[in-house]
Design a protein around this ligand. Sequence first.
Ligand SMILES: Nc1ncnc2c1ncn2[C@@H]1O[C@H](COP(=O)(O)OP(=O)(O)OP(=O)(O)O)[C@@H](O)[C@H]1O
Ligand SMILES: [Mg+2]
Length: 358
Amino acid sequence: MKGDKLQAKAPITISRPQDLLPDDTVASEESGNRHKLDTIIGQSAIMQEVFELVEKVANSDSTIIIYGETGTGKGLIARAIHKNSYRRDKPFVQVNCGAIPENLLESELFGHMRGAFTGATSDKPGKFERADRGTIFLDEIGDMSPDLQVKILRVLEEREFERVGGTKSISVDVRIIAATHRDLEEKVRKETFREDLFYRLHVIPFTLPPLRERKSDIPLLVSHFMEQFDKKKKKEVQGVSDKAINIMIEYPWPGNVRELKNIVERLVVLKGEGTILPPDLPESIHGGNGRGTSVSGIELTKDGICLNTAVSEFEKALIFQSLEKTQWVKNKAAKLLHLNRTTLVEKIKRYDLQQCSS
Ligand SMILES: Nc1ncnc2c1ncn2[C@@H]1O[C@H](COP(=O)(O)OP(=O)(O)OP(=O)(O)O)[C@@H](O)[C@H]1O
Ligand SMILES: [Mg+2]
């Protein structure tokens, strides 16, 4: 960015940023490919810990499970682990366990023999075979059917399986990384996820924090994506004003980094040039319910300000923040604000604050 108000510091990268694959890379199954650079941004202490863990465990071959809400970067971290391991020149094979129809998933994973089912016109290796000597990334593992959970358990234990319709056991040397946005422990308690599989996967757990818990990363991410989309879309947006960035910092980002990336893309395309100001931001991030109301963003203009209104706005924004921070548990929110619960409930009513459904 040029002359921007929001100055990007050097992006935080893990040890081999040049090896990280860009998002949605289909070619990642091919071994030895070199891709365009991509960087994982994160200067918050919590993300720095994640990066340290990536470096520590990348070469260990241990099974990894990555937890995190949608859009927190689970796919990005999985690729980073692979690219930081000695397997980096071997395939990285991604399977979306939630997206493939259940009846096809087994043959997707383990392959099939000719004639195994209608349409199986030739022998076909599955993803586990294709990942041999590399990494297999079992995305959305929490959505896998109970039958398949049994079969995966066996591969995890023995690194051995048979193709659908086959009798010969096939052994592979693969590193397993799984990810889910679901609470697997909860699923184990509800008996929809096998406990033995849970413990097999839960060797090195990563938990990617939601963006609302690492707000200090927001300016850097905005700056990073703005630069990226300026280049890609041949635009000249130069930065984001302090007020606009404050609004972005206050917003809870339910879709996490993906949502922020999409909004920055939209801002770059629609604005085209100049500096992003609060009115440029979509209604969803600064409108309604006090969402995004910046606590520090009040400015006294030459027209003056109504003190009572400003104080109310300030109070409303702080109450909203406390509720967001406590997942709307009013007892906890009241404690954060040193209020008793009844007073807080009255104020929530007065300001008509509501939990967002997104
Ligand atoms: N720390 C980060 N730095 C830069 N880009 C990021 C970061 N985290 C996520 N992204 C980008 O945000 C988008 C979403 O990331 P990713 O697909 O890895 O999330 P996810 O946790 O796998 O989400 P889902 O559960 O929906 O699959 C991607 O475009 C990714 O490149
Ligand atoms: Mg993902």
